[in-house]
Design a protein around this ligand. Structure first.
Ligand SMILES: N[C@@H](CCC(=O)N[C@@H](CS)C(=O)NCC(=O)O)C(=O)O
Length: 202
């Protein structure tokens, strides 16, 4: 399989980390949606990452659906989201909140990095920044992940950790250490795991 996209995308990185944890081998194709647009267009005309190209040539997009495919191909003990039940719903909802934090962090990044300063709209940036923090605060207020007490890692752990690392990387001024101490603990634990360590954001 080939995984298209850079690890500075939280969506690409969560797929890569998951694949490593689940034992899937893959070739990483580090194309940027901005710097390698022509090459990217040939593979994915929608210019979005991640894309997972299966060995039979099938091309999957949207990280959540890619992860769902990978879970479906994994033995039960390697699934990162259970197939049904309340734990599945809880993991999915945590992922959804983390993905809102990611989306808002990306929107602020694009506003600042792509839009000429004279067209920048402060209230929108402020709204997105507040939404990002609301999502992190919601995750922070939820029960501590069982991962820290020895349970198996879940997709919620991976996604929360990856998104926090990303948001801190692109908005260091917003995410000083200690603002979300329980999320920091999860992040520190996860980033020290080989699957995260071997998938560096930078
Ligand atoms: N919901 C998508 C989001 C993917 C996404 O927005 N990726 C960004 C990179 S972080 C991208 O492709 N940006 C280029 C663009 O939006 O045109 C997923 O989970 O895969």
């Amino acid at each position: 399989m080939k995984l298209i996209g850079l690890y500075d995308s939280p969506y690409v990185r969560r797929v890569a980390v998951s694949m490593r944890l689940q034992g899937f081998s893959f070739e990483h194709v580090p194309l940027s949606v901005f710097r390698h647009q022509e090459e990217m267009r040939k593979i994915n005309p929608l210019l979005k990452v991640p894309m997972l190209v299966l060995d039979n040539g099938e091309r999957l997009i949207e990280s959540t659906f890619i992860l769902d495919y990978l879970d479906g191909e994994s033995p039960v003990e390697k699934r990162l989201v259970p197939a049904s039940g309340s734990v599945r719903r809880a993991i999915q909802q945590q992922c959804a909140i983390a993905l809102i934090a990611a989306e808002k962090a990306v929107q602020v990044l694009y506003e600042k990095a792509l839009r000429p300063e004279e067209f920048s709209y402060g209230p929108w940036i402020a709204r997105c920044t507040a939404q990002m923090h609301d999502a992190f605060a919601m995750l922070e207020s939820q029960p501590v992940s069982n991962l820290l007490s020895g349970a198996a890692i879940t997709q919620a752990d991976i996604t929360v950790a990856v998104v926090l690392r990303f948001a801190r990387y692109v908005h260091p001024d917003q995410l000083s250490a200690g603002r979300y101490p329980r999320l920091d603990q999860l992040s520190d634990y996860c980033e020290a795991l080989p699957a995260f360590h071997d998938t560096p954001l930078e």
